[in-house]
Design a protein around this ligand. Structure first.
Ligand code: NAD
Length: 503
């Protein structure tokens, strides 16, 4: 059970295998979104701390035990990390409930599942193979090595701090990289607990994983511009992602971006209605809508529109708001005051655009299970896809319902948006399922399910939703680079003034 009576918890950050304060001595407070009160104190790192962390990661990459370790030994170490997460899953989940306001029910599921990433990528560590190439030259033996990219900077958002760090950390370690992580200034505590309970006792050499807590514009930018960082893996909003991409480009860093979404959840009249209603609710009200893959545009075929909306509203109306630490709570608080204001402002925008609010539409008070930062589950019908409420990411429990005529119309509306992260399709027709999966421009298409993730399935965005993929076998490629090796076993010579081609 979550203890909210304890006084402020003071954290240090973890750099080069030791616990330290920010060099400036500055701190920032972390707020419990359920009570609206500060509960933890976090170091406010700046460029000096980032420099220390990157230097540590660089040393650990170039010398010391980490680069000497065989990939098989790295894999074993990662399995130890997985076991330590299993041991501490409950506590890690509770910290995230406190810091982020995530539901305990969701955190139990997430922290139980997180070890799989370390088992899976730990297993891949010694299966990273190069190739021997039968090159078009006599007496040559040519091969391709696959080497780690080096020091990686991770920047993560507040909405799923541990899981999103895990998606980056597991493939990076398997590849042999070293890492500096900058978590969101709003939710740093669970990562610091992860370092204390998992990384420190795992036996990873000092400097392989480091954390710099602090603000994006200061610690984040220092990391993105640091000359010794070779790759940036960022998860967050599209505007910040564009800025990070531009800054990283100046020093030619490799970049992967997991950004926002405005995902269509498309319901055809041949669906199993109850499943689709539940899928629509899960798409937008799970995680209080604060998820990049929220199915925030519900596309309903005209013929079932009214019946569907009736069932949807009836189900959404029963959602239990309340303390995220209680197992029965279904919708928790919004994580930050700024996000709370943003959601409320989008509700006003939708109303002013002429959408009809058929459920919710404002803050949820204590009598409804709410509190300081609660928003009622909100549904707008009569939304036109050109409205801002249909085009811009709200990142809250606000659903836009849009009518469509037929398959062609559904594809047109689904793709008519800047983003391309996910999409849901509800149909019993196999042909339609495959056709829609092929035609929708998004990194993930779920048919007759929604918001499912796995370490085995690549995850990422089309269009403004990002660059690169996390999860699955291909994620490890983002942390590797290839080196072509040419060995000439034959005579030298030839004209030194022309390129050595086969012709
Ligand atoms: P954000 O972009 O405000 O912040 C993300 C991170 O970037 C934070 O750690 C922040 O401190 C840092 N940052 C901010 N400015 C920076 C700068 N100039 N340089 C370097 N770092 C900087 O996002 P948020 O509000 O924390 O998270 C919500 C957003 O994240 C939503 O748009 C959501 O869709 C997206 N998201 C995407 C995925 C995905 O996998 N595609 C997953 C979760 C969240």
């Amino acid at each position: 059970m979550l203890d909210r009576t304890a006084k402020l918890t003071e954290y240090q950050t973890y750099i080069d295998g030791t616990w330290v304060d920010a060099a400036s001595g500055k701190t920032l407070q972390s707020i419990d979104p359920y009570t609206g009160e500060p509960w933890a104190v976090i170091p406010e790192c700046d460029r000096t701390d980032v420099d220390r962390a990157v230097e540590a990661a660089s040393r650990a990459f170039e010398s010391g035990p980490w680069p000497q370790m065989t990939p098989t030994a790295r894999g074993k170490l990662m399995r130890r990390i997985a076991q330590l997460i299993e041991q501490h899953a409950e506590h890690l989940g509770q910290i995230e409930v406190r810091d982020n306001g995530k539901l305990i029910a969701e955190m139990v599921a997430q922290t139980k599942y997180m070890p799989e990433w370390f088992y899976y990528y730990g297993g891949l560590a010694d299966k990273i193979q190069g190739a021997v190439v039968a090159v078009d030259r006599a007496d040559h033996f040519n091969y391709i090595l696959r080497e780690p990219v080096g020091v990686c900077g991770f920047i993560t958002p507040w909405n799923s701090p541990l899981m999103l760090a895990t998606w980056k950390l597991a493939p990076a370690l398997a590849a042999g990289c070293t890492v500096v992580i900058k978590p969101s200034e709003f939710t740093s505590a669970s990562l610091l607990e992860f370092m204390r309970l998992v990384i420190e006792p795992s036996g990873l050499p000092p400097g392989v994983v480091n954390v710099v807590t602090g603000y994006g514009a200061v610690a984040g930018e220092a990391l993105v511009t640091h000359p010794k960082v070779n790759k940036i893996a960022f998860t967050g909003g599209s505007v910040t992602g564009a800025r990070v991409n531009e800054l990283a480009a100046r020093s030619f860093k490799k970049v992967s971006l997991e950004l926002g979404g405005k995902s269509p959840n498309i319901v055809f009249d041949d669906c199993i209605l109850d499943d689709a209603v539940s899928g629509a609710v899960s798409g937008i009200f799970a995680a209080t809508g604060q998820t990049c893959i929220a199915g925030s545009r519900l596309l309903l075929q005209e013929s079932i529109h009214d019946a569907f909306v009736e069932k949807l509203v009836a189900m959404a109306r029963t959602a239990r708001l309340g303390d995220p630490a209680l197992a029965e709570t279904q919708v928790g608080p919004v994580t930050t005051p700024a996000q709370y204001q943003k959601i409320l402002s989008y509700i006003e925008i939708a109303k002013s655009e002429g959408a009809a609010c058929v459920l919710g539409g404002g803050p949820a008070g204590a009598d409804e299970g709410g509190g300081k930062y609660f928003v009622k589950p909100t549904i707008f019908t009569g939304v036109d896809n050109r409205m801002r409420i249909a085009q811009e990411e709200v990142f809250g429990p606000v659903l836009s319902v849009i009518k469509f005529k037929d398959e062609e119309d559904a594809v047109r509306i689904a793709n008519d948006v800047a983003f391309g992260l996910g999409a849901g399709v509800w149909t019993q027709s196999v042909k339609r399922a495959h056709t829609m999966a092929r035609r929708i421009k998004a990194g993930t298409v779920w048919v007759n399910t929604y918001r499912a993730v796995s370490f085995l399935m690549p995850f990422g965005g089309y269009k403004a939703s990002g660059l690169g993929r996390e999860n699955g076998m291909e994620a490890i490629d983002g942390y590797l680079q290839s080196k072509s090796v040419w060995i000439n076993n034959g005579p030298g010579g030839g004209n030194p003034f022309i390129m050595k081609t086969a012709g």
